[in-house]
Design a protein around this ligand. Structure first.
Ligand code: SF4
Ligand code: SF4
Ligand code: SF4
Length: 162
């Protein structure tokens, strides 16, 4: 007979299937094609000014955001630094990523108290149903990513908005 732990682990791996990886971009772009067209000429200036150090320049010389250590404060500095017009303050909008909590991997959903994600969420976008069931309010979430790296179970998922 399948054990409870094995059941959770097989359900968790099932949940991971179909989650395609994608590039999380800085939040000031009008046309995402401009990264591949224009960043090739640049020396990655946006990455050098990011106060949170979350901008990573890929091999193709385009910038992506890495939420492992921190999140985006929407400070505008990357857009101000971009000399090629790829990032522009007038196109400021939420980062194109849907942030969710995987209840199969979240220890709070398994009845161990944890408020790590809620503690760092400046937008108060994480609501708990009772003590143990956190959920992200998509109306309030700005996709800043601060909650992603602090989760001890890697239960916070970043997916592309469809
Ligand atoms: S808005 Fe600020 S914190 Fe966000 S990626 Fe740009 S420079 Fe970094
Ligand atoms: S500063 Fe602008 S052109 Fe340079 S890598 Fe960043 S987005 Fe691309
Ligand atoms: S990504 Fe959303 S839920 Fe997470 S800290 Fe930012 S606003 Fe809060």
């Amino acid at each position: 007979m399948i054990k409870r732990r094995e059941l959770f682990s097989s359900l968790a791996s099932f949940g991971k299937r179909g989650r395609e990886s994608f590039d999380i971009r800085p939040p000031y772009v009008k046309d995402s094609d401009s990264f591949s067209k224009l960043c090739i000429e640049c020396d990655g200036k946006c990455a050098t000014v990011c106060e949170e150090n979350i901008i990573v320049i890929k091999e193709d010389k385009t910038p992506i955001l890495d939420f492992k250590k921190s999140g985006c404060t929407y400070c505008d500095e990357c857009a101000k630094a971009c000399e090629f017009g790829v990032l522009q303050i007038e196109f400021k909008k939420n980062i194109n990523a849907k942030i969710t909590i995987d209840m199969l991997e979240c220890m709070s959903w398994h009845k161990t108290i944890c408020f790590s994600c809620k503690d760092v969420c400046l937008d108060n976008a994480i609501d708990y149903l009772g003590l143990f069931r956190p959920e992200i309010d998509t109306q309030k979430c700005t996709s800043c990513g601060f909650c992603v790296g602090v989760c001890p179970c890697e239960a916070i998922k970043v997916e592309k908005w469809q």
